[in-house]
Design a protein around this ligand. Structure first.
Ligand SMILES: C[S@@+](CC[C@H](N)C(=O)[O-])C[C@H]1O[C@@H](n2cnc3c(N)ncnc32)[C@H](O)[C@@H]1O
Length: 543
């Protein structure tokens, strides 16, 4: 260490000069931050921290305690400013580390506590974020910043409550015609667990009996990209969105260890059955952040691409509903926990997209221990089509419905029905009649009837939608109500089925607004599509 005599005027001058340089550097860093030039601010802060620490190390024996504290405070402030700049650049892990460095120097540093709270809030860690804001509130500086701080405190309390209860309500937003911003949602993990699945790899399971519409998950997207494009813009648009989306995921995974670690739990589609079954607690908003940035979870671009290929979700997919967005929107996103949900052709959960959150709810009643399943593609279609679509996903579906229909297809009658349907422009009433007669002959009962009716949804819906066809076939085929009941029993609620129920009811006086019982049924179907999270009046608008 360099020996200096502070009393020596020449050396004093040198020290003053060095400190002046440090002060200039600190002001520059602050200026960059104010001008929102975050990269530059980070660079200047880093430079200041290194030089100042070095300066203290060299000269501290000759400082009085006030002088020493003053310099330490400056370092604390620089860590705090660097944390703020990193937070703005979404470098959450590095920003949190800076906050902790600053708090090690001054455990009640107001700006740092505020910044740390904001970062944790962004990472959906509402409880610990609230602790930071509460601690900041004890500082005298809280008075000058009461409006900002109270805003964060309120938001945090609300989100913490929502993440514990899942008790959000989007009714007012719906009733206002989706005006303004989407309501604020918090991450929520309901009665679910991750386990080994008989379908493939890992799956998500219920832990208790629940009824249709029950909320199971609310998850914020790791990344999402959407755009509105003209209808005929085709594949190029998708490629454009896909590329932006990949960049966003890579960016988030690089900048945040927690995100990196969570993504690394997802399937690449390879050796899924031997993949580790992660603890559900890892995905809870309050999960401890103990993921180290080891080489194991620093995956390469190829791996990210495979993960995205297997797990990305289109917002406007068939088993989802986008609330409050333009229907021309094309959006693709990654939501971690819902990525553990396998496909089935008789699915039991659906999604609602609200802002950047995906809300997963039961689309029919579920028993404890049942595996949750989405429809990855349109399951209101015949087996041959579904096989093709599953093939595009890279798997063969072996669900109960597929197995049952596979058996039935060996039947000559069935193949003839398919052939006639394939020719198009046929009398759909004739197809429905023939299918119903065949089912009677083969003694197809219970849910299996629903399976087949769902496969020939096209024919059934055409008949029930047409007054002309109903006049011709109405007496020879089952009522719209019994068909819809069996379809909902087979595949849960589906928007198109509910729509037919409402419209058919209005046209033919079945299941319409006339009777109390029918409206109750419509509401139950509606809850399967939109979840329970709204008032009756809002549900009526959606229906
Ligand atoms: C979003 S992941 C679902 C979770 C996955 N099972 C896991 O362990 O992470 C999608 C992948 O699961 C598998 N999968 C999903 N549904 C399936 C099904 N019905 N039959 C076979 N494989 C399925 C496929 O490999 C698909 O690419």
């Amino acid at each position: 260490m360099r020996e200096i005599e502070l009393e020596d005027p020449k050396l004093m001058e040198e020290v003053d000069h060095e400190e002046q340089n440090l002060l200039n550097l600190r002001s520059k860093a602050t200026e960059f931050l104010i001008r929102e030039e975050y990269e530059e601010s980070i660079q200047a802060c880093s430079q200041f921290i290194t030089l100042c620490q070095d300066y203290i190390y060299k000269n501290s024996p000759h400082f009085d305690s006030d002088h020493f504290l003053k310099l330490q405070k400056s370092i604390c402030l620089s860590f705090s400013n660097r944390a703020e700049a990193r937070f703005r650049l979404k470098e959450f892990s590095a920003a949190l580390e800076d906050c902790d460095e600053a708090l090690r120097i001054e455990s009640t540093h107001f700006k740092t506590l505020l910044c740390k709270g904001k970062i944790l809030l962004n990472l959906n860690k509402y409880g610990v974020a609230l602790e930071c804001f509460n601690a900041a509130n004890l500082d005298p500086q809280a008075n000058e910043n009461s409006e900002t701080l109270n805003g964060y405190l309120e938001k945090c309390k609300k989100l913490e409550f929502l993440s514990r209860t899942g008790g959000f309500d989007v009714s007012d937003w719906i009733l206002s015609g989706f005006r303004g911003k989407a309501p604020e949602l918090a991450e929520y993990v309901g009665a679910v667990d991750i386990k080994k699945s008989d379908i493939s790899g890992r799956g998500l399971f219920t832990t208790k009996n629940i009824d249709s519409g029950t909320l199971l998950l609310v998850t914020k997207a790791i990344a999402i990209d959407r755009a509105i494009f003209p209808q005929d813009s085709g594949e190029n648009v998708q490629l454009f969105i896909w590329k932006n989306f990949i960049d966003k995921v890579v960016d988030s995974a690089t900048k945040c260890r927690r995100i990196n670690s969570l993504i690394s739990k997802l399937s690449t589609g390879e050796n899924e059955d031997s993949m580790e079954v992660p603890e559900i607690s890892l995905f809870r908003p309050e999960a401890a952040d103990n993921c180290s940035f080891s080489s194991e979870n620093q995956f390469d671009l190829g791996e990210i691409l495979s993960i995205l290929d297997v797990n990305s979700i289109l917002e406007d997919a068939i088993s989802s509903k986008v609330l409050g967005r333009n229907t021309e929107y094309q959006g693709v996103g990654l939501w971690v926990l819902p990525s553990f949900i396998n496909h089935s052709c008789h699915p039991n959960v659906r999604r609602l997209h609200i802002g950047d959150h995906v809300v997963v709810h039961a689309s029919r009643d579920l028993k404890a221990g049942e595996e949750l399943t989405f429809a990855y593609f349109d399951v209101l279609s015949p087996l041959s089509n579904r096989r093709e679509m599953a093939g595009n996903w890279g798997f063969t579906c072996c669900c109960k419905r597929c197995k049952f229909e596979d058996g039935i297809y060996s039947n000559q009658e069935m193949r003839e029905i398919e052939m006639v349907l394939g020719k198009g422009l046929v009398d759909m009433g004739g197809i429905v009649y023939r299918l119903e007669e065949s089912m009677r002959k083969w003694m197809v009962r219970g849910r299996a009837k629903g399976y087949l009716r769902t496969s020939y949804w096209l024919a059934y819906s055409k008949v029930y939608e047409s007054e002309k066809l109903m006049r011709k076939w109405g007496r020879k085929i089952p009522s719209i109500e019994s068909v819809i009941d069996s379809i909902v029993d087979a595949i849960g609620s589906d928007e198109r089925v509910v729509k037919l129920y409402m419209e058919g009811g209005l046209k033919m006086g079945v299941g319409g607004y006339n009777g109390v019982v029918e409206m109750d049924k419509a509401m139950k179907f509606g809850r399967g599509v939109y979840g329970k999270v709204m008032k009756k009046q809002a549900m009526k608008i959606l229906l």
